[in-house]
Every structure is written in structure tokens, then in C-alpha cells.
Write a protein that binds this ligand. Structure first.
Ligand SMILES: O=P(O)(O)O[C@H]1O[C@H](CO)[C@@H](O)[C@H]1O
Ligand SMILES: O=c1cc[nH]c(=O)[nH]1
Length: 235
């Protein structure tokens, strides 16, 4: 047990999928895993371990924002020996050719700061996806018929952003979408020498105002979970 994860030693798999939403962790575990067992309920941040096509996998909520994700990523790696962390999250599109329901694989993440800033100090470390996971996810996404984009994303500290100029700068530099966790995930993974990737589903569009209706979210989120699982085990 750690401060934030109640699982016993050995109850967390080496491969962990990390949605922001703990209820997405429950839904994904019950939908995709055989014999899912709830291994964490601390603070309601649900985590489940089961198997997918014979491979052991944990799906653990990260909460929203980099400080929350950082706590879970650190404990999963340092205390439970996780070797492969794949974020499965929603994101807001920032480019005209990225549409709701599209899949974005975050090759790199831009951020104003991350919780790792205190460690990195003046160093602007580039948070990068694990290349093997990235290419495997790209193959899986193409096989699934998803519209998939690979590139830079923006990991923001704020959902209700009152700096529209920042979005404009991101857009001008080709940033595909905005979310709130991946830059810290990649940075923590780099520090501990483990693999990380963020597979994102576009849930809304910052330029057009389009948004995915709740009724359609489940299906597109399912595609993202399957891409993440195939990247982890069929790469
Ligand atoms: O859908 P999740 O994984 O929570 O991701 C996105 O949704 C939340 C904001 O609504 C933030 O956590 C953001 O990164
Ligand atoms: O962080 C997020 C997630 C989805 N949509 C947004 O605009 N921001």
C-alpha cells in the first residue's frame, strides 16, 4: 500500500492504463478485461487489475491535472514496479483538420510548467512518448480505421483558460490539442526509465465549438482503450 493506492504488493500489473476519470477506469476494466479486480478505492480513485488476451493489465484513474497524475505515476513506478504507463484521455482539438472523435497520439508535449519543474529547474526537458509504444499505437489506430494524428500536444494547468493568446501561439506552432496530464507523465517516466504514451480522443473542438455528445463518448473512448492495449501487447 502507498499513501494514495491501496493495492497490495503484486496487485498492480507492469502495464497500466491511466484515464483521468476513475469511472472511465471502471468502465474500461469491466468492458475490456477478463476477471477485473478492484485494487484501489482510496479517495475514490478507482483502479482495476485483470487480463486482456491473456496479458495482465491495470487500469488506474489519475485524476485531473498534472499534480494528481504525478502522485499516481510516481507511486505506480516507484512502489509497484510499473514499467509501461499509457494515458487514455480526452482532449480539445486546436487545429482545423483535427475533428471530434479523432485519435491523437502525443509524440511530444508542450507545457508552461510541470510538477517536475522544481527538479529540472532551468532545463526545458522535452517530454517525449516512448517510440516503440508510439509506433505500435499508430499501427493499431490505422488498423482500427480511426482518424489518427501524431504530433505535439499542449498539457495545460487550467481548463477554464483566460489566456486566448496562449491557444493562438500553440495553434500557430502546430500543436494538435490540449489536455492536462501528459507532459508530467512523460517527464516522470523519463526520470525512472519506463515507457509512456498518451492516447487521446478528441471530445471537443476549441475552434469550432463542436463537442462529442455523451451518448457517443463511450464508443470512441472504447476505440482509444483498444488502441492502447494493442500498443502495449501487440507492438
Ligand atoms: O478525460 P481525462 O482523461 O480526464 O482528460 C481531460 O479531461 C479533464 C478535463 O475535463 C482533464 O483531466 C483533461 O486532461
Ligand atoms: O483538458 C481538456 C480536455 C478536453 N477538452 C479541453 O478543452 N481541455
Amino acid at each position: 500500500m502507498t499513501i494514495h493506492i491501496g493495492a497490495e504488493p503484486g496487485q498492480i500489473a507492469e502495464t497500466v492504463l491511466m484515464p483521468g476519470d476513475p469511472l472511465r477506469a471502471k468502465w474500461a476494466a469491466e468492458t475490456f478485461l477478463d476477471a477485473p479486480e478492484c485494487v484501489n478505492k482510496v479517495r475514490g480513485m478507482l483502479g482495476y487489475t485483470g487480463t486482456w488476451r491473456g496479458h495482465r493489465v491495470t487500469i488506474q484513474g489519475s485524476g485531473m491535472g498534472m499534480p494528481s497524475l504525478s502522485i499516481y505515476a510516481n507511486e505506480l513506478i516507484r512502489d509497484y514496479g510499473a514499467k509501461r504507463l499509457i494515458r487514455v484521455g480526452s482532449a480539445g482539438a486546436m487545429q482545423p483538420d483535427v475533428a471530434v472523435r479523432d485519435i491523437v497520439l502525443a509524440q511530444g508535449c508542450t507545457a508552461l510548467s510541470t510538477p517536475s519543474r522544481g527538479i529540472l529547474r532551468e532545463v526545458n526537458l522535452a517530454p517525449l512518448a516512448d517510440f516503440h509504444l508510439l509506433t505500435a499505437a499508430h499501427r493499431a489506430a490505422q488498423d482500427s480505421g480511426a482518424r489518427v494524428h501524431v504530433g505535439n500536444i499542449y498539457s495545460s494547468d487550467v481548463f477554464y483558460d483566460e489566456r486566448p493568446d496562449l491557444n493562438e501561439i500553440m495553434q500557430r506552432h502546430g500543436v494538435l490539442c490540449v489536455e492536462m496530464e501528459a507532459a508530467e507523465l512523460y517527464t516522470v517516466a523519463a526520470r525512472h526509465g519506463v515507457q509512456a504514451l498518451a492516447v487521446l480522443t478528441i471530445s471537443d473542438h476549441l475552434l469550432t465549438g463542436d463537442a462529442l455528445p455523451a451518448s457517443e463518448r463511450e464508443q470512441s473512448f472504447g476505440q482509444m482503450i483498444e488502441i492502447a492495449l494493442r500498443a502495449a501487447f501487440e507492438g
